[in-house]
Structures are given as C-alpha cells and as structure tokens.
Design a protein around this ligand. Structure first.
Ligand SMILES: NC(=O)c1ccc[n+]([C@@H]2O[C@H](COP(=O)([O-])OP(=O)(O)OC[C@H]3O[C@@H](n4cnc5c(N)ncnc54)[C@H](O)[C@@H]3O)[C@@H](O)[C@H]2O)c1
Length: 304
C-alpha cells in the first residue's frame, strides 16, 4: 500500500460494519491506518447481534490493508474497554477513535417508552463515554501525542427533528461532551471534533422515503462515502490545530457549524423587573433573528 496520511496510525471505528462507519474504516485503511472495525452487528433499533464487521475486515485485508474485527457493544464500560483492548493487543497502540456506532428508536414523546429512551441514550451518549474514557486515560498515562477523537452528532440534536427527542437529546449531549473533552485533552495534544453527517443509510432511507424522496445509489451526494474524506483529513497530522469544532457534511457540502454563543445581552443595575423584560425581550429576539438570517446567508454552500 502507498504511504498515506494515516500511515503508522492505529484507529478504532465503532459501528464500522456498515453505513458511514464502514466507509471511514475503508478510507482510514487506504490512508495507511491499521483499523479496529468494531460492530455489534445490531438491527437498526439496536436489537440482535451479528458479524458484519468481518466483511469490512476482509475488504480491507483484500486491498492490502490491516484490520481486525471487534464485536463488542459500545454501550457498556466493559464493551468500551474491550474495544480499546483489541487495538492494544492487536496493533500495540491507539491514535484515532471514531465514535460512530448508532441506532434509532423514533417515537413522539406521547408514545416513547423507557426502553426507547434508554436504548438510544445508552448506545449514543453513554457509548461515547464508554469508548472514550479508556482511550483518554491511555493518552495521559503514555503521553501519546497527536491523537484524534471524532464524535458523531446529528442535525436532530443540533437543530431538532420531530419524533426524535431521545436521539436528539443524545446527539446534542454528544456535542456538549465533545466541547468538554476538547478542553480536557488539549494538554495531551489530542483534538476532539464532532461530525454532523447526512447520508442515505439504513437509518435514514426509511425517513427519506417517508418524505417522498427517492434515493439513487449512483448519487454520490447521498452516499455514506462522502463523509469519510473529512474524517480522514481531521484524523491526519495536518488537522493538529483544529479542535472543539462541529462539521456538517451532507449532500456534497462541508460546512462549519456555529457553536452556542451569547449574541446580545443587557446588564441590570438592580434585580430584574418584569417591565425590564418587556423592554429587552424584543431586542433579544430581534438580535437572534438577525443572527439566524446572517448565519443562513453565510452558510449557503459556495461552489468550489
Ligand atoms: N445516516 C445519516 O444521515 C446520519 C445523520 C445523522 C447522524 N448519523 C449518525 O452517524 C452514525 C452512523 O450512522 P449510519 O447512518 O451509518 O447507521 P448504520 O445503521 O448504517 O450503521 C451503524 C452501525 O452501528 C452498529 N451498532 C449499533 N449499535 C451498536 C453498539 N451498541 N455497539 C457497536 N456497534 C453498534 C450497527 O450494527 C451498524 O452497523 C450514527 O451515530 C448516526 O446516528 C447518521
């Protein structure tokens, strides 16, 4: 294999048996990384288990790359440690962690059960913690520099999406988790960035078809493969100074997202009265509207 931007690096990609994770694992291997292809092999709602990871490992090895399968769940501390352990036992190190594994249990709040809530929160939000904690401890203990963490959020959590309060809460939580992690790991030279992807996979095809959109397999702007180059670039040494950011990648576009920020504020000289709020609230709301309009205008994709 030719020397690539991830040559000599070891990566874990969770949920890499299919969809977006699979494409990231393949691209990392093409770029020279040794890859732990983790996948529980679950159904889209998280039930069941299987060995889809084997197919991706075979594909990587068939192309001359290095990969090993891991079938543990990201949703437990023991699972996260076992995934990390596979990297150390097989390749002797770990440099890159992509927290990509995910499931959906869509319901409106009126019908959502405790299992729907807990299942999604556990795989997504707790899953990020379970896989990240052993890696972070390892980076500190071994003073291993140049590490990368890529976390997976969603427009569902960053903008909101009807029928996904469990998923949206988990995905917004992941953005918050990433911001804190970026601060905590800076000292160890590890960057932490968040991806908000859009691609036609088994998780989204039913939603797209439900909206009357037909998705062609030939359309690269809908393919999960379009997410991988950004991940490879962010995992490379070139991206050493980029941390704490959220990148939106979908429909052939890549954008950087706004982070929570105070847009306009007022300072009171004494405790707030309701009359003060009557006065400032229109000012705050119009500042917010102007900011939203500016962001929408500035965020419109430019042709390369
Ligand atoms: N496809 C999109 O448009 C889209 C949009 C926003 C966010 N995302 C996020 O991107 C990520 C990848 O999604 P996808 O569309 O490729 O989905 P996918 O269903 O094609 O792939 C997800 C993989 O995760 C695995 N998985 C599920 N639970 C697991 C567990 N507990 N432990 C280990 N593996 C597990 C599944 O077996 C599956 O192979 C997810 O985090 C998803 O929420 C996707």
């Amino acid at each position: 294999m030719a020397v690539g931007v991830l040559d000599g690096k070891v990566a874990v990609v969770t949920g890499a048996g299919r969809g977006i994770g699979r494409e990231i694992a393949l691209d990392f291997a093409r770029a020279g990384a040794s890859v732990v292809v983790n996948d529980l092999g679950a159904a889209a709602d998280g039930s069941g288990a299987g060995r889809v990871a084997d197919e991706v490992v075979a594909e990587i090895r068939g192309a001359g790359g290095e990969a090993v399968a891991n079938y543990d769940t990201v949703a437990t501390v023991a699972g996260g440690e076992a995934i990390f352990g596979t990297a150390i036992e097989t390749f002797g190190a770990l440099d890159i962690l992509v927290n990509n594994a995910g499931i959906l249990r869509d319901r409106t709040i009126f019908k959502m059960t405790e299992e729907d809530w807990d299942g999604v929160m556990t795989v997504h939000l707790k899953g990020h913690f379970c896989c990240t904690a052993p890696f972070a401890r390892y980076l500190r203990e071994h003073d291993r520099r140049g590490a990368r963490i890529l976390n997976f959020s969603s427009v569902s959590g960053l903008f909101g999406n009807f029928g996904q309060s469990n998923y949206g809460a988990a995905k917004a939580g992941i953005a918050g988790f990433s911001r804190v992690l970026a601060l905590e790991l800076t000292k160890y030279g590890c960057t932490v960035n968040t991806i908000s992807p859009g691609a036609a996979t088994r998780l989204t095809i039913p939603l797209l078809e439900g909206r009357g959109e037909s998705v062609s397999e030939e359309d690269w702007t809908r393919s999960p493969a379009q997410i991988a180059p950004l991940c490879t670039w962010l995992a490379s040494d070139t991206a050493r100074s980029i941390t704490g950011q959220i990148f939106n990648v979908m429909r052939g576009t890549i954008g950087i997202m706004q982070q929570p920020a105070v847009i306009r504020s007022f300072q009171a000289a004494r405790p707030w009265s309701l009359e003060d709020l009557d006065r400032i609230m229109p000012e705050l709301m119009s500042a917010k509207q102007a900011n939203d309009e500016r962001a929408k205008r500035d965020g419109t994709p430019e042709k390369l």
